[in-house]
Design a binder for this molecule. Sequence first.
Ligand code: DX5
Ligand code: ZN
Length: 220
Amino acid sequence: MSTSPNPPVVVPSLLASNHGRLADACLMVANAGLEWLHLDIMDGHFVPNLSFGPQVLADLRPLGGLFFDTHLMLDNPHQYIEAFARAGAQQITIHAEPDYPVAKTLTRIRALGLKCGIALKPGTAARAAEPFLDIVDNVLVMTVEPGFGGQKFMADMLPKIAQFSQWRFERKLKFRLEVDGGIDDETGLLCRAEGADTFVCGTAWFHAPDRKSFVKKLTA
Ligand code: DX5
Ligand code: ZN
């Protein structure tokens, strides 16, 4: 087990907010003193749900100055990179599972001046992301089956987090290790103990009775 070289960050997921009031949700995150916002983009094929597209990001972009951490859950993410970059995404994380040129797409994200990341579904082994470790800024370990917020954290993902943490340490890399799905102030700490540093919190943050102490507990 090794600790992260990066400061911990709590990243509220817009998916868990009221979608009739996305602008309010953005401002709520910024007013809470947080700097990152997680945007889940779903196509109804790679995951059994639909969310929102580039226009929503572009319209939210002026609000709160947040870092747009964009998670593409798409079968064909390589066809949407420029659109999300234009819309104001600052980091784009793409999945390893679909059949498309992953390394080339990561390089294209980089070439646009954005940070890039690789994501894995729970059933995908860590080695699927291994070839990309030295070109990514972020590794996203899904800790629920992607598609919906409000699911239960899968504790059997902890060894996968530990594996990435070990590779990061051994290879002197600096990528962020992001966990997504069922993260609250307890499950997040379990992940942090294995080296995770980026905590996507949908339901838990938006419904926390005391958001300040929630964030403090995860990042102390
Ligand atoms: C799930 C998404 C998550 C989701 C997490 O497919 O990738 O980002 O918003 O929501 P919670 O924190 O409610 O599990
Ligand atoms: Zn996500």
